[in-house]
Design a protein around this ligand. Structure first.
Ligand code: G3I
Length: 459
């Protein structure tokens, strides 16, 4: 769909925008050819572009455009340069980063939090000119409603035991969350306590509860170095690479097939790296070697071809040795066709050093550039050691949650933020740390309102 030249057409589309029937997909409102951008723009003939013309962007380009509340931008671009991408900013604000990982023309959607009126769009290609391979081709920019096709889901980890015991625990989840992650019940220790004897009762209870209330489920976690049954960590006969790979394959196969389409996002491997970027020592690594991660992803794709396969890790939110090791692995997997679809950033954090939105956005964008989805998978914000006033502490905690939610909203590849529990009454780090969105009496905290505003009503 092209530029709408007259007001009547724009008004008609605007009215579609508020119609529930049409809100599932973004509605294009208007757009402009990239050649009308000002700045480091060179018009080029491009037989592959939809109308044969495009621009080559080698630096910064800008244009003013009228936007409506809730709209986003759709930029049609292409680049044959590996790692090239586009940074877009509105009114000089923080930039959103998108990879242009394909030489075919494709659309990238930018979710923006805007108010109606005229805004300045700025675009910059990256990386900076180097080796003649940084020119990005842009064909056009469309303004669209955000649509409901890609909301950010709010999830929570839950425990089967509390589900059975505590009415408020269940009711608070049902009223406020979209997605459920079993906190422990899908770990091998519980699912295959004896070789070949699978026990899905606790996990099934959580999955049935979620589905009965129309919620989605994240599977956590297929291959993990912790919470393993002793027959895996202390086998009567030492494992060989082949025998342990067979155990891993059988486990992934059995668990993913047990749930089939009931669980379509899985943490396939959890926490494979140390903080210094080396591999964590665990039985999988020791016996199989570093390719145990790759093998797990291959087994998972074969077991459930439609599932989103995630690598999930802790304390990998900032640009450090661990997150660089994960990024290297992800890039390598993408290059070699190892089936990795998404990265989970756990974001267990605290009042003293939580990652700010710009840091999270930068980390997420690096994965997005590789064509991966991202999620925040286990967020909590502990208060251990915090001695200033409780009001200041709870404000700081709200800031930490708001930053994470804002980052997830701003990076189009981020589709879900999960907190590692519901209320301070049930948390792995103890109620005294009050790390979650609801207090021990299941009352919403400032952090809850901060997340809700950032995710559900971002304007
Ligand atoms: O199963 C026993 C139960 O029989 C006993 O009655 C109960 C008494 O405390 O303990 C139960 O085991 C506990 C287990 O969770 C299941 O509830 C362990 O003591 C407890 O240490 C274990 O903690 C879990 C921890 O992983 C284990 O490493 C936490 O609940 C869980 O939140 C935590 O989750 C991990 C993620 O999977 C990965 N990322 C980090 C995150 C936090 O460590």
């Amino acid at each position: 769909m092209r530029w709408f030249p007259n007001v009547a057409v724009v008004a008609a589309v605007m009215s579609l925008m508020v119609s529930p029937a049409s809100a599932a997909d973004p509605v294009l409102l208007r757009g402009f050819e990239a050649s009308t951008l000002h700045g480091a723009v060179r018009p080029v003939d491009d037989p592959g572009a939809p109308d044969g013309r495009a621009i080559s962007l080698a630096g910064v380009a800008t244009r003013r455009v009228a936007l409506v509340t809730g709209s986003g931008l759709v930029v049609r671009l292409a680049s044959s340069c590996v790692g090239a991408g586009l940074r877009v900013r509105l009114d000089g604000g923080p930039s959103l980063t998108f990879g242009a990982g394909s030489s075919a023309w494709h659309d990238v959607r930018l979710r923006l939090r805007i108010t109606a009126g005229e805004h300045l769009i700025g675009m910059r290609s990256f990386p900076r000119l180097r080796g003649g391979c940084t020119r990005l081709r842009v064909e056009r920019v469309d303004v669209a409603t955000r649509g409901r096709g890609d909301p950010v889901l709010l999830g929570a980890a839950m425990r089967a035991q509390n589900l059975a015991d505590d009415h408020l625990y269940a009711a608070t989840f049902v009223a406020n969350f979209d997605s459920l992650t079993p906190e422990n019940e899908l770990k091998m220790l519980f699912v295959e306590p004896q070789p070949g004897r699978y026990d899905f009762r606790a996990a099934d209870a959580l999955v049935s509860f979620a589905r009965a209330h129309g919620k989605t489920v994240r599977g956590h976690t297929l291959v993990y170095g912790s919470q393993l049954p002793s027959w895996v960590t202390n086998p009567p006969v030492p494992w060989t690479r082949a025998s342990l790979l067979a155990v891993m394959k059988d486990y992934i196969d059995t668990v993913m097939k047990h749930y089939g389409s009931q669980i379509l996002t899985w943490d396939v491997v959890n926490e494979a790296f140390n903080d210094d970027g080396s591999f964590r020592d665990n039985v999988w690594y020791r016996v199989i070697g570093r390719d145990y991660v790759e093998q797990a992803f291959r087994f998972a794709r074969a077991a459930s071809p439609g599932a989103v396969l995630t690598y999930n890790d802790i304390a990998a939110e900032t640009d450090d040795a661990k997150s660089r090791a994960i990024l290297r692995m992800a890039a390598d997997f993408r290059r070699r066709g190892v089936p990795l679809d998404a990265i989970g950033l756990q974001n267990h954090t605290n009042l003293f050093g939580f990652p700010r939105a710009d840091i999270l956005e930068a980390t997420m964008s690096r994965y997005a550039t590789l064509g991966l989805r991202v999620e925040i998978t286990e967020m909590d914000v502990g208060a251990a050691g915090y001695s200033a006033s409780p009001a200041t502490g709870s404000q700081l905690q709200a800031d930490a949650y708001r930053d994470a939610a804002t980052a997830c909203w701003d990076v189009a590849a981020c589709g879900r933020l999960t907190t590692w529990g519901i209320s301070d009454a049930v948390t792995w780090i103890g109620s005294a740390q009050a790390p979650l969105l609801f207090d021990s009496a299941y009352e919403p905290k400032p952090a809850f309102y901060a997340v809700r505003q950032a995710l559900l009503d971002p304007r």
